[in-house]
Write a protein that binds this ligand. Structure first.
Ligand code: NG1
Ligand code: MG
Length: 521
């Protein structure tokens, strides 16, 4: 799916067609524009908008370059922007200044920084987690694209930016990708790009977000930029980034997705074992060993995954180069084969030390340290990398994505009510695999998932990185109220929540459109 980031002046183009929702958004937007005017003495010129997302299925497989099925939600990041004229901002040279603040000043203190045009790098201090780091990540990526297009002499505009975001941070709904993509988009538009290519924006945001401390895959940025209203998004990362909208079948009762927050903040990367980055390392090392065992030691091709080689790279080489006679197996058969190869090759249930991995790969440990464990730290508990469990999850989860897609895209479309339970079973299996093999669940997620299923959801799982954050439940419309009530009785009544949290604890999500630019009149 290619195309240009859309521009609009109408809130109804962006938010669910529901009078309450549009009224709520109208208020929010008025407040943003007023805050901007009060801070800077003039109205913003435009607002860049990018939504959060939920992942329906395909968890922790994007950085191994396997396809995923997320959808954009209504919660989003809005960046109101003006480009002050040079006289009011410049210090006489070509440097440019970014002044960024948030409508929630108490929670998110503002920042100001000047960038010299000769700076090839924007400094992002990963050890000091300021919210504006995400803006800097987007800025850095956008500067790269602008310089590529206009040359190194390009003069960047100074920017005043005021943000309003309502995607809960650390909640598994991808506030970070929404912020990075909205930031990159804002910088591009501020610097005269009126037609921003969606795929280019997504690709630069994927790379940029890795500046902030997580060696992430590309699912979130893809969902945030490329989604279409009323459709989930099937995202593929090879041979290059592509995505297509997928609509859910109309059934009776209707299929509804409920998102229920655990209110446990996902500590996915700030402290040892640096869980998320560790999983990326484990999947990458599993790819290296599988490749050594099954691909006649020919080196893995470099690809766009965070560490440059991936389980997808192994999978592809195995079925195309090593065993061309297997190239016409169905994708389903290939995944089944990859699962049995993993069972035969990665036999150590207890895990692998770095020494064992190095011996297996005939490489010095220092090489592995340098290549995989330096830029982003990862410290496995007991120094054991659980390669078998991680690779099994990746192949089995990818197979579930495929099956889920087959159910959605059956021809003729399924209108029968048994599609709900079939989809639900795949979600539930995904949760078990996330919990047992990928070890990215937690007690609160397990509890919500269990409550949801007992109360009548077809299937329930964590969504996003896990270790906290959100759960997603596929529920027939006629059981939504009973599932919500069960969450309240058995989970939310037992924890402390702020007013804001109470209001957002469980939401019905409708798939919304991706990034856009809103011109302020
Ligand atoms: P969230 O839920 O935003 O932490 C993370 C990654 C995704 C993907 C999922 C797991 C980031 C920015 N995103 O999502 O790329 O790997 O985990 O499926 O870290
Ligand atoms: Mg995130």
């Amino acid at each position: 799916m290619s195309g240009i980031v859309p521009t609009t002046t109408t809130l109804a183009d962006v938010y669910p067609a529901d009078a309450d929702e549009v009224a709520f958004q109208q208020q929010r937007w008025t407040k943003l524009v007023d805050t901007f005017a009060a801070t800077h003495g003039h109205k913003p010129t435009f607002v860049s908008r990018s939504p959060g997302r939920v992942n329906i299925i395909g968890e922790h497989i994007d950085y191994s370059l396997f396809s995923v099925l997320p959808m954009a939600i209504a919660a989003d990041v809005l960046l109101a922007v003006s480009t002050p004229s040079p006289s009011s901002s410049s210090s006489g040279d070509d440097s440019f200044k970014i002044t960024i603040s948030n409508v929630q000043t108490d929670k998110f203190p503002g920042a100001e920084f000047t960038v010299s045009p000769s700076a090839t790098e924007i400094e992002i201090d990963r050890s000091h987690h300021h919210w504006s780091n995400y803006f800097k990540a987007g800025l850095k990526g956008a500067m790269g694209l602008l310089r590529q297009k206009h040359g190194d002499e390009f003069r960047f505009k100074s920017m005043n930016v005021v943000m309003d975001g309502n995607v809960p941070p650390g909640g598994g709904l991808s506030s970070s990708a929404a912020f990075v993509t909205a930031s990159a988009l804002a910088v591009l538009v501020a610097n005269g790009e009126t037609e921003v290519d969606k795929v280019k924006l997504t690709e630069l945001a994927i790379v940029s977000e890795r500046e902030v401390g997580v060696n992430s895959g590309g699912m979130d940025q893809s969902a945030s930029v490329l989604s279409e209203r009323d459709a989930a998004l099937f995202v593929s990362f090879t041979p290059s980034l592509s995505a297509r909208p997928v609509r859910f079948p109309q059934t009776t009762p209707e299929l509804v997705f409920l998102i229920a927050q655990t209110f446990v903040r996902s500590a996915k990367f700030d402290t040892a074992p640096y869980r998320y980055n560790l999983r990326v390392v484990e999947c990458t090392l599993a790819a290296a060993i599988l490749n050594a065992d099954c691909n006649n030691s020919s080196p893995l091709p470099r690809d766009s995954s965070p560490l440059g080689i991936s389980l997808h790279g192994f999978f592809d080489s195995y079925f195309t180069t090593t065993n061309p006679s297997l190239s016409n197996l169905t994708l389903q058969e290939k995944f089944t084969k990859a699962i049995s190869l993993t069972e035969e090759s990665l036999t150590q249930e207890k895990g692998y030390t770095l020494d064992e991995i190095a011996t297996h790969l005939h490489l010095p440990v220092s090489d592995l340290q340098k290549t995989y464990l330096t830029k982003f730290p990862a410290k496995p508990p007991q120094n054991l990398f659980l390669l078998r469990q991680r690779a099994l999850h990746v192949f089995r989860e990818s197979l579930r994505v495929l099956r889920f897609m087959h159910l959605l895209e059956q021809n003729p479309p399924s209108s029968s009510s048994d599609i709900g339970p079939s989809l639900g079973r795949l979600l539930t299996d995904s949760q078990s695999s996330c919990r047992d093999d990928f070890d990215c669940s937690c007690a609160e997620i397990d509890s919500l998932v269990d409550i949801g299923r007992r109360a009548g959801a077809y299937g329930s799982r964590l969504t996003g990185a896990g270790w906290g954050g959100c759960t997603i439940h596929l529920v027939p419309a006629d059981r939504v109220e009973q599932v919500k009530k069960a969450f309240d009785d058995e989970y939310y009544s037992k924890i402390e929540m702020s007013e804001e949290e109470r209001a957002s604890r469980v939401v019905v999500t409708k798939p919304g459109p991706g990034s856009c630019v809103f011109w302020v009149s």
